[in-house]
Design a binder for this molecule. Sequence first.
Ligand code: 5GP
Length: 188
Amino acid sequence: MSRTPRLFVVSGPSGAGKGTLLAGVREQRPDLGLTVSATTREPRPGERDGVDYHFLSEDEFECRVAAGDFLEWANVHGHRYGTLRSEVDKNLAAGRSVILEIDVQGALNIRKAYPAAVLVFIEPPSMEVLERRLRGRGTEDEANLELRLKDAAGEMALAPRYDERIVNDDLQEATARLLAALDSHEMN
Ligand code: 5GP
């Protein structure tokens, strides 16, 4: 069966489980292209430069913005994050679909640059579950956690502008639904 390579954009509040969900999807779909975003935030323990993100200083990020290297970039939770055009283009040119995990502002900007992009929103079952997951993850200090929770409400308000919405309650079910959404858009 032939598939058309598509650009998928996945967003959702911090703690919605996007990372785990996408790891499960990638396991089932090793053919998907990988892209590494750039950010000005500090690496977390265990994160590697060029693998998890391209970790850039404010000046380096600014230079890449000026050079037009970003397909989109946005301020998220107090730091800058951006998708490098080269990372997306090399995959689509090689016939591989790409999934970008980016914030809502970035996603809506991608739609302007690539109208054929498919926007998928991952929702937590409730704000209470979201807070519990974020606290359980233990990656953020209290101030950062509160910022992420406050941002979550604004992000959820933009969910109706997405093509697909998936509630991440049961991980297996959500993974199956995301895989099915990829299939249906690639077969179109
Ligand atoms: P984290 O700091 O937890 O790795 O990521 C925080 C947020 O930044 C996530 O919600 C993620 O969607 C967003 N993000 C990661 N990479 C990019 C990117 O390239 N562009 C934009 N606009 N957002 C990104």
